[in-house]
Design a protein around this ligand. Sequence first.
Ligand code: G3I
Length: 367
Amino acid sequence: MIKKLSTILFIGVLLFADNAYAQIPSLKDVFKNDFLIGTAMDAEQIEGKDVAADKLIKQQFNAVTPENCMKAEITQPEWNKYDFTLADKLVEFAKKNNMKVNAHNLIWHSQLPPFMRHMQSADSVREYFVNHITKVASRYDRKVYSWDVVNEALNEDGTLRKDIFLDKLGDDYVVEAFRLAQKAAPHTKLYYNDYNIEQPKKRAGAIALIKKIQAAGVRIDGVGIQGHWKAGNVPMKDIEESIKEFSALGIEVMFTELDLSVLPNPWDKVTADVSVTAKGSALMNPYTKALPDSMQHVLAKSYADLFALFLKYKKDISRVTFWGVNDGQSWLNGFPIKGRTNYPLLFDRNFKPKSAFYSVIATAKNQ
Ligand code: G3I
């Protein structure tokens, strides 16, 4: 009898949850004639262990990016030994739910396999570089929609970051990565992805890189502006200028890792008080219980301004991806200070839409 009651209760909760979600608008539907709306998916979500997230992802998004599971430290944990378990689950989930996968990423200086991190031989680095791109990109050709082929290759001044690939393979490694990806995945779109490339100097470096790829006769289909910005301080003019300058190159423009932090950071110089350290001071983590309405408003306004801009340039923008489903998932709870409570996304820790969600929806209705 008790078993039967608990089953009825569980079904009731699921139906209620379903019904609750059914009441809220869907981002992918509201923007279906404008651009794809995506989210980063973590391992628990890909494995279907996060039931609440699962419902929201299916209802809200038509594109997905693996937050970590297609990075080299996961897909090639040992030399020439590959593990595609989670990547294959993501591809299966997306296929089943009619979502486009933006695979992330093939070449990045971070989250490299341990065996790569201190490799000295240029020949070995080249062998890894060629094998990794060829093996992974060819496996997912026709299964993923696009690849972030190279991620974060630039310094803030627009020069090439001095990482193992530049050091061992030279200035042309970005062009070569796209050449290899084009050969391995002829049916997959190929993107360059980076943060702060809305900033003039870094933007100029990205434009030079894209032109270099194009001049080599190698395919590049788009550029991803990550969009890790600060609520209330979003560089709107730089973003608008970037949309214009990148789209003038004849490629797609995307916002690929959008989140708006509401927390102060050590470099914000919020205080001259020498006692404030980057380690967990109350000043650096002011909203441990909840986000005050005043900050909800700042967040909602920043997101509304951004989406109004995206809609103004919807012919140039092919995708807007949030870097996470809800506030609890966000990497910004642990960066740059571990253990903080941030509120950078559209859904709260209970997967409920925040006022920022409704401000984004309203931009579509106001166009
Ligand atoms: O999976 C392991 C787990 O087994 C282990 O117990 C745990 C504690 O060490 O670590 C877990 O791995 C963590 C992984 O996220 C999965 O949660 C890594 O330590 C952690 O470094 C990793 O952080 C990711 C970060 O990239 C790494 O640089 C974030 O989730 C991810 O959101 C973030 O995403 C990047 C984009 O790929 C590129 N653009 C910037 C963006 C933010 O850094």
